[in-house]
Design a protein around this ligand. Structure first.
Ligand code: KG4
Ligand code: ZN
Length: 356
């Protein structure tokens, strides 16, 4: 079910400041100001720099989103904001901004879980009905969720260490390739032989849908150092073959764990994927093949809705509002906020901050 209220959404939980205006499933505007350049020199997101940049950019993004939607704040029905999980300084900036807008206008305030934003995206992009399975796979997240309703999520498995995007980025760094690492590694992998180097397939021996990726970068580091010892450096073909082997290992693990998650998910209407790593052609193709061979529709939202954005927050806000109503001004920013309250915590704090 979608709702034709007009929602202003705000997102500031990691390194993108975003604002969007949504009416039902129609995206009237979606503005994303990314902070890549601000963090480039540090090899990761610096929370203090991120928080300050969010505080500086939020009002500009809101003004731009309203202008592009040809609306004034008075014409908006509600204000939705990411209230966690994420880097606390950034989440706080967004929550304070949304509270201010709500207090000043009397519009309802809706605190949204960032992961719910990702998990509900196939409903925004394709109108997918509940229940469905989604794999969130980005620089900060990796989990399988069965989505039963706007606020009903069952986590079937998640990474116990790094997120795959984080692993792609580290691999690129180890091989001297440009950031973000995913696209660089994918480009080199296209020219490589994925069978030349042996990479492990972590956690496949363990039953269930949990994942692990930190061992892959250690494997890559060893292969790289061995080549340097043996031949004094890396040839272009070595880099290509290492990228291909690494990417194949990530793909194979995600496909096998997806096969298990699908086997646990009876009655679903589709299998979807969200997050920056979903842009990987080899992975996307393999997941689509898996899904269609099981006669389950594969739903891949457009990339602009897979990566962090505020349209997904506005949409998740509208869905939550219809079920639970609004929050009040006691809404707080939460660094951790698991979608499935019954699932045990599985992750520590990674490059992009606390994850759920
Ligand atoms: O969802 P996203 O934009 O941001 C968050 O992590 O929240 O995901 C970014 C991640 C980065 O780690 C990037 O290297 C990875 O997605 N990525 C890719 C590709 N494009 C982006 N990984 C593999 N293959 C790609 N083509
Ligand atoms: Zn995200």
């Amino acid at each position: 079910m979608t709702h034709d209220i007009t929602v202003l959404g705000l997102e500031s939980s990691c390194d993108d400041t975003a604002a969007a205006v949504l009416r039902g499933r129609a995206i009237l505007s979606s503005v994303v100001a990314d902070q890549t350049a601000l963090h480039a020199a540090y090899g990761g997101v610096v929370p203090e720099i991120a928080a300050r940049a969010h505080a500086e950019k939020l009002d500009i993004c809101v003004e731009q989103a309203l202008a592009e939607a040809h609306m004034t704040l008075a014409e908006v029905d509600a204000i939705a904001v990411t209230a966690g999980p994420g880097l606390i300084g950034g989440v706080l900036s967004g929550v304070m901004m949304a509270k201010g807008l709500s207090a000043a206008t009397g519009k309802p305030l809706i605190g949204v879980n960032h992961l719910a934003g990702h998990a509900l995206t196939p409903r925004l992009s394709h109108g997918l009905s509940f229940p469905y399975l989604i794999l969130l796979v980005s620089g900060g997240h990796c989990q399988f969720l069965r989505v039963d309703g706007p606020t009903k999520f069952i986590r079937l498995g998640s990474t116990i260490d790094d997120a795959p995007g984080e692993a792609f980025d580290k691999t690129a760094r180890l091989l001297g390739l440009a950031q973000p690492g995913g696209p660089s590694v994918e480009k080199h992998a296209l020219k490589g032989d994925e069978k030349r180097f042996a990479f492990p397939r972590p956690l496949l021996e363990r039953p269930g849908c949990d994942l692990s990726f930190s061992g892959l970068k250690t494997a890559l580091l060893r292969q790289r150092d061995q080549l340097v010892t043996d031949q004094g450096g890396l040839h272009q073909q070595d880099v290509n073959d290492l990228c291909a082997g690494f990417q194949a290992a990530i793909r194979d693990v995600l496909v096998e764990k997806s096969r298990r998650a699908l086997a646990l998910s009876s009655g679903i209407t589709g299998f979807s994927v969200a997050g920056g790593v979903a842009a990987n052609t080899s992975l996307r193709g393999a997941l689509e093949t898996l899904s269609t061979t099981r006669n389950i529709p594969f739903v891949a939202p457009p990339l602009a809705l897979c990566t962090d954005n505020a349209a997904m927050i506005a949409f998740a806000g509208a869905e939550k509002y219809a079920v639970d109503g609004a929050d009040d001004l006691t809404l707080t920013a939460r660094p951790r906020w698991p979608l499935d309250k019954t699932a045990p915590a599985a992750l520590g704090s990674g490059r992009k901050g606390a994850k759920a």
